[in-house]
Design a binder for this molecule. Structure first.
Ligand code: GTP
Ligand code: MG
Length: 217
């Protein structure tokens, strides 16, 4: 089934109303695969099996009674896969850029990852910076304030998460979908509340009660 660049469905097949392609990027071992497993399967494993190349999972969310199918690509953080993974940036509507709050190197690499997004992706792509492993407070090296400040400098939103303890996982994906919807051209045209009008719209993984009028997507 085809979807247009802005994610709108082209056929009448009742499988989804919108399809958003999202990418998770960041250094190896920051927890990209774990974040996706927690979100899609509500599971976590302490074993580290480094991703080879790229993989994806599908999850459907509901916003204003519309089905938003998320195609979420989990990229390998290892440098040797960079040519493969950057080929998937084009067409992505949103990125989760991750670092590990116990790993300084992964935080220092955020600037480079941001440059990769600007180089290879669609200019309207939305980005959320995520500091993962916030359950490991005793081994924390990157402060919450440092993460927030860097996100501000890069123009990204910011969350700290724990795939292990299921902290802020769904919220991160919901927020990314919300800001993608806010930037969609038809939403901007038809939304009397303006570009930020739907920022607080409830987005769930269950069909929603009757639609609200503040977002058309
Ligand atoms: P690559 O595939 O090599 O790019 O790594 P990745 O970013 O996908 O990392 P992965 O999800 O495989 O996680 C690496 C290790 O960190 C694994 O041992 C996970 O169990 C662990 N891990 C991931 N998320 C968390 C978390 O929130 N808290 C803790 N304590 N450990 C985590
Ligand atoms: Mg992985």
């Amino acid at each position: 089934m085809a979807a247009t660049q802005d994610g709108k469905q082209e056929t009448s097949e009742p499988n989804f109303d919108y399809m958003f392609k999202l990418l998770i990027i960041g250094n190896s071992s920051v927890g990209k695969t774990s974040l996706l497993f927690r979100f899609a399967d509500d599971a976590f494993t302490p074993a580290f099996v480094s991703t080879v190349g790229i993989d994806f999972k599908i999850k459907t969310l509901y916003k204003n009674n519309k089905r938003i199918k998320l195609q979420i690509w989990d990229t390998a953080g290892q440098e040797r896969y960079r040519t493969i993974t950057t080929a998937y940036y084009r067409g992505a509507m949103g990125f989760i850029l991750m670092y590990d709050i116990t790993n300084e190197e992964s935080f220092a690499a955020v600037q480079d990852w941001s440059t990769q997004i600007k180089t290879y992706s669609w200019e309207n792509a939305q980005v959320i910076l995520v500091g993962n492993k916030c359950d490991m407070e005793e081994e924390r090296i990157v402060s919450v304030d440092s993460g927030r400040l860097l996100a501000e400098q890069l123009g990204f939103e910011f969350y700290e998460t724990s795939a292990k303890d299921n902290i802020n996982i769904t919220q991160t994906f919901q927020r990314l979908v919300d800001i993608i919807c806010d930037k969609m051209p038809d939403t901007l045209d038809s939304d009397p509340a303006g570009p930020t009008g739907s920022a607080t719209t409830k987005l769930t993984d269950q069909p929603a009660p009757p639609p609200q009028s503040d977002c058309s997507c």
